[in-house]
Design a protein around this ligand. Structure first.
Ligand code: NAD
Length: 264
């Protein structure tokens, strides 16, 4: 390769770079999952939102500003492996492919350590970790068949240090998401599939607003180098990049997006 050839990306950051691709976004009915669904759809992907509660198809299409034939709404609990298997099979049979999986579904109860019950501990792991495991396992055959795939898992700054608002189970679960991401990246690289995690800091979503008052959120972010709360679309843009051809050489990464709250 000449020096000039090495400077030139073989693809461009155009608005339609995911045209023809099919994506599943878990937790895609709210917050960063919804913003990610929007970012992927805007780049041309057909997007299936997998969530506990989903809008109807026309409503989602209008939210994502794309025709209804480019969205699917699947009501499913990401901890239910059998239901997930049926939902993945149905989508892959219909679309004849699956290219992108974004595991954004998550819960973050703020329970103090001494008060966490075994059931709550298990539920937090089930949604945040088992959900990503179960969905990835069900997505991989179709990605391998296509020789191309992108998995993006939602960890958190909590996955690198400790959570601001969530409990110890949330912190531990988001650390586990990074372990899953790294192991899977190593296993899937030869199949043309990259696996990465995003580690958002404090982002303005229903989850964050449910955990922290406006005042606490403002106070917590005031000392950040970028001294404000992050926006869901900012994280979605990062996820969309990781889901693109341009990110083909990034795998096993845990990418921070936190306004400089954690600089490592
Ligand atoms: P959100 O509450 O707005 O959205 C989460 C979505 O996940 C909801 O639509 C919810 O219905 C869905 N969900 C929850 N349990 C589910 C289940 N069992 N099956 C299917 N769907 C389920 O939250 P958000 O802030 O957009 O969070 C998105 C991801 O980012 C989560 O994994 C969260 O832990 C993580 N995160 C959030 C922040 C933040 O500041 N908001 C920071 C770091 C990481």
């Amino acid at each position: 390769m000449t020096v000039a050839e090495g400077l030139r990306a073989p693809m461009s950051a155009d608005d339609r770079e995911l045209a023809g691709r099919v994506a599943i976004v878990t937790g895609g009915a709210s917050g960063m999952g919804l913003a990610t669904a929007h970012a992927l759809a805007r780049r041309g992907a057909t997007v299936a939102v997998f969530d506990l509660a989903v809008p109807d198809r026309a409503e989602l299409a209008s939210l994502l500003a794309v025709p209804a034939d480019r969205v699917r709404c699947v009501k499913v609990d990401v901890t239910d492996g059998e239901h997930l298997a049926r939902a993945f099979t149905a989508l892959v049979e219909e679309q004849a492919r699956l290219d992108v999986l974004v595991n954004a579904a998550g819960i973050a109860p703020p329970t103090a350590f001494d008060d966490i019950t075994e059931d709550e501990w298990s539920r937090v792991f089930a949604v945040n970790v088992d959900g990503a495991f179960l969905c990835s396992q069900r997505a991989l055959p179709a990605m391998r068949a296509g020789g191309w795939g992108r998995i993006v898992n939602f960890s958190s700054t909590a996955g690198k240090t400790i959570s601001t608002a969530g409990g110890a189970h949330y912190t531990a679960a988001k650390h586990a998401v990074l372990g899953l991401t790294r192991h899977l990246a190593k296993a899937c690289g030869p199949d043309g599939i990259t696996v990465n995690a995003v580690c958002p800091g404090l982002i303005d979503t229903p989850m964050a607003r449910g955990l922290l008052s406006d005042e606490v959120l403002e106070r917590a972010t005031r000392t950040f180098p970028v001294s404000r709360v992050g926006q869901a679309w900012e994280v979605a843009e990062l996820v969309a990049f990781l889901a693109s051809d341009r990110a083909a050489y990034i795998t096993g990464a845990a990418v921070d997006i936190n306004g400089g709250d954690l600089i490592v």
